[in-house]
Design a protein. Structure first.
Length: 164
């Protein structure tokens, strides 16, 4: 499956928001409980997510197995309910000043034909909706000022002396 959107913001900002765990958590409705727990992921990181999906506890652990900032990264499930889960994130600067964000996701479920049926009727629509919500959130943050909440370093006053 594939989703894409254009964002009018710098490519580095789009990439960094896409790799920031707090931003992902807002859409995924799961929280990191192992591996990288905060900030932005980098190549080689693992993230163990835990939450509830369809009334069942869900654990999904991913490895960032390819990482080429600011144009590409891929996360791949290393443990969880899927038989296979690979999510590619592509970022392309365009001549009109926008960044094309394109996600490609491949997954399969165990359980043979039953897994195929569940995948097509329940999981696929759910993942499409999560991808659309994630793109909308990143677009809103990157094009506005909310990105600063996640990406800017805290400012420290330099050269200020106590004159008491």
């Amino acid at each position: 499956m594939r989703e894409e959107t254009a964002v009018r913001a710098p490519i580095d900002r789009c990439f960094s928001l896409s790799t920031h765990l707090a931003v992902v958590e807002l859409v995924l409705e799961m929280r990191p409980v192992g591996g990288r727990m905060s900030g932005t992921v980098v190549g080689g990181d693992t993230v163990r997510w835990r939450g509830w999906k369809w009334g069942l506890p869900h654990v999904h652990e991913s490895l960032i197995d390819e990482f080429d900032p600011p144009v590409f990264f891929r996360d791949r499930m290393i443990s969880g309910r899927f038989a296979r889960f690979e999510h590619e994130h592509h970022f392309t600067e365009r001549s009109d000043g926008t960044v094309l964000m394109r996600d490609e996701l491949r997954f399969s479920l165990p359980w043979g034909m039953g897994g195929e049926l569940v995948g097509r009727t329940i999981v696929l629509p759910h993942i499409h909706e999560l991808m659309r919500r994630r793109f909308a959130l990143i677009k809103q943050m990157a094009e506005g000022e909310e990105w600063r909440r996640y990406l800017e370093e805290p400012r420290v006053a330099v050269g200020v002396q106590d004159r008491t």
